[in-house]
Design a protein around this ligand. Sequence first.
Ligand code: PLP
Length: 429
Amino acid sequence: MEKKLNIFRERARELDRQDPLRRFRKRFLIPRGVIYLDGNSLGLLSRDAEAGLQKALRSWRDLGIGGWLEADPPWFYLAETLGAQCAGLVGAAADEVVMSGTTTGNIHALGATFYRPAGRRTRIVADELDFPTDIYALKSLIRLRGLDPAEHLILVPSRDGRTLDEKEIAGHFNETVAMAFLPSVLYRSGQLLDLEFLTRRAHESGVVAGFDCSHSVGAVPHEFDRWNVDFALWCSYKYLNGGPGATAFLYVNRAHFERGPALAGWFGSVKERQFDMSLDFEPARNAGGWQISSPSILSSAPLLGSLAILREAGIAAVRKKSLQMTRFLIEMTDELLAPEPYGFSVGTPREESRRGGHVALVHPEGWRISEALRARGVIPDFRPSDIIRIAPVALYNTHTELWTLVRHLREIVDARDYERFPTERKPIS
Ligand SMILES: Cc1ncc(COP(=O)(O)O)c(C=O)c1O
């Protein structure tokens, strides 16, 4: 076993030496002495993001209200500016993406627009492995239409409790379904769904297709326009490294610009006439029309830096390294962590086309083991009942860090180190 461990260490070093994205790690402020593997919950601060925020603070200090037009870039256009910068990451035109609000808020805003139950077509298709907030929002959208979620929300079941079968999901698309709203990557297992297939099958049945891409944007390339996705939304605090509670993004396919937003707010106005202060709302005929309120400048400014890094690295190179790292971790898990007494298994699909940016390590003592890791300065996260999520982020993690993680996991089990930790979970895990 020791020999195998050493062989993997040599491979890790070699992969790091050959890593074309190596130079980006220095641009991040990695907490001292920490191996940070939780970028799928909260991405790390970069020097570039910090500079973006500092610049916004200086503009506020020096310009006051003048910052709306005179800051660089002007705050009044910041949502559109950052939307255009994010569009390349998702295969969209610049005016189909805008930075706005929050993930859940955007589910409400876009759901209210695209979920239009009529006649027999009244149902929404989602799945039972969805992130809870998505389901809460969908249920409330159904109730707002005077309908009962018990009847009108279809939660496609998972056969193994971890993954979904796209064909089975598509099997639910029919003339009783108005909208499908699904995740791109499942937050626990890390399965990447085939959005192109799901969109095509939805459209064949007359169903509108929308996606929560919080767990994929910044780690996986998307082709929203080519796939003809109707709408999508995603957060910016995970792989976009925008900071805790950073402003989110939304995408509306240009085919739907004329619909206009169901939930109106003055920042969705045609920009040239927003300050005419008319009581008749005139929405911008682009994704910007779906904004509701003044953009939160201080929660958006870090994105000026963090999106620039991603664009510089290129999403294809990011995906390539991310897959290489998750593949390496899966291989090490099979060889070094699966055999007794370790007992870990991989809960993430092994096919690259079905894998997002993180790996789910499954272990019955997952919670206490994740606590033991944290005590050693290795930061994963835990999702009940038994998943330790490990997200090696292409821009700032290394293969050697993954090797070190595996070494810690073996030591933790060898020494039964996890038994020192309470079984009760903390409010945030
Ligand atoms: C898939 C998904 N959707 C939504 C959210 C959270 O939504 P909000 O940004 O509105 O808090 C998360 C948070 O981790 C998530 O993983």
